[in-house]
Design a protein around this ligand. Structure first.
Ligand SMILES: C[C@@](CO)(OP(=O)(O)O)[C@H](O)COP(=O)(O)OP(=O)(O)OC[C@H]1O[C@@H](n2ccc(N)nc2=O)[C@H](O)[C@@H]1O
Ligand SMILES: Nc1ncnc2c1ncn2[C@@H]1O[C@H](COP(=O)(O)OP(=O)(O)O)[C@@H](O)[C@H]1O
Length: 302
């Protein structure tokens, strides 16, 4: 049995504001977004090995359909990116413990990719600079740099240019994943179809940022915004009902997380989140997760 030398923890993200502009020439959409890392985590344990080996254990609610431990797994892509960057093979054994819903709009794949970059770096004592790690992260996906940074941060460009922002939190969240994921490209395509008039410049995150800095939860709730919510609900109408249900169970506001289908509810306190969670579970939602944010980005835990 392999004894693991190092465990790297990677948080899920939600988007408190997701302004989406008209698609750019490269197909990506310009964003003005505010990410928050919340306390739902994937753990990646690594150990020395003769070659790159990957295995996965998942929480019972994580639907792994379509995800293998082969070359299409973003963890292997992250290891390969580090090997190219450092110009040598970087063998290791990786075991992923997955709790972030798959294709849920919570950037679980991005979290795993960021964790893999840090795990390879630490296990092999590579001392890769932060700038290089961020550049490698951006090549792997638009959300991956934020997974490294964590906390609460504004994302612009295609979401890969990330700057930490003032946040007077913590905030209490309830997250309700769906049994089946939604494809991010499909939701962006549906946005294009529903919003042919989308502005070139995405809706500014300023209002949300002002609310976050005040620490007033009711103000933050009012300012939450997601341009991908309408297309996600059009593809999955039951998400609209879920939002209504959570709000009737005491949440201040419910919103689709990123491209969905996970719905997150902002609550006024720990007790409020607990009560909302109980109400949602009693109404038949099998998986109801409570979380706080902001939390740290990818970090070594042992
Ligand atoms: C929607 C968001 C909101 O934070 O998150 P998720 O809901 O996926 O977690 C992100 O924009 C997802 O970022 P990420 O999942 O890293 O996307 P990438 O791998 O870079 O791109 C996957 C595909 O999404 C679309 N895409 C992504 C980012 C962007 N700014 N415009 C896009 O149009 C493109 O079709 C692209 O081919
Ligand atoms: N380690 C991984 N974890 C999750 N998804 C992965 C991973 N590697 C590759 N993928 C692919 O990335 C897609 C998007 O995954 P994920 O990041 O969980 O969703 P989202 O983009 O909605 O936040 C998955 O459907 C899967 O095909």
């Amino acid at each position: 049995m392999v004894t693991h030398d190092l465990t790297v923890r990677a948080p899920a993200k939600i988007n408190l504001h997701l302004g989406v502009g008209r698609a750019r020439e490269d197909g990506f959409h310009p964003l003005d977004t505010v990410y928050q890392a919340i306390s739902i985590y994937d753990d990646l344990a690594v150990a020395e090995a003769a070659d790159v080996q990957l295995s996965m254990r998942v929480a019972d609610y994580v639907d792994l359909a379509g995800l293998t431990d082969g070359d299409d797994n973003i963890i292997r892509k992250a290891v390969a990116a580090m090997e190219r960057h450092h110009g040598r093979e970087l063998p290791l054994d990786l075991v992923l413990d997955k709790s972030i819903p798959l294709a849920g709009g919570m950037a679980g794949g991005s979290a795993d990719a960021a964790a893999a970059l840090v795990a390879v770096d630490r296990l092999h004592d590579l001392e890769t600079s932060d700038d290089d790690l961020l550049a490698l992260a951006a090549e792997l996906g638009s959300d991956v740099p934020f997974s490294l940074v964590g906390g609460t941060a504004r994302g612009v460009g295609r979401g890969e240019i990330v700057t930490p922002v003032d946040d007077a939190g913590p905030w209490w969240w309830v997250a309700v994943p769906s049994a089946e994921g939604l494809s991010t490209p499909a939701v962006y395509r549906h946005f294009d179809a529903m919003r042919p008039d989308a502005p070139e410049v995405p809706l500014s995150a300023d209002l949300l940022l002002e609310a976050l800095a005040t620490g007033e939860v009711v103000r933050v709730a009012r300012a939450l915004h997601n341009d991908l919510q309408e297309p996600a609900i059009d593809l999955r109408p039951e998400l609209g009902d879920l939002i209504d249900l959570g709000e009737s169970e005491g949440a201040l506001r419910g919103i689709v997380s990123g491209s969905g289908p996970t719905v997150v509810f902002l609550c006024d306190s720990a007790d409020g989140a607990h009560a909302t969670g109980i109400g949602l579970a009693a109404a038949g939602h099998r998986v109801v997760l409570t979380a706080t944010g902001p939390v740290a980005g990818v970090h070594v835990v042992g």
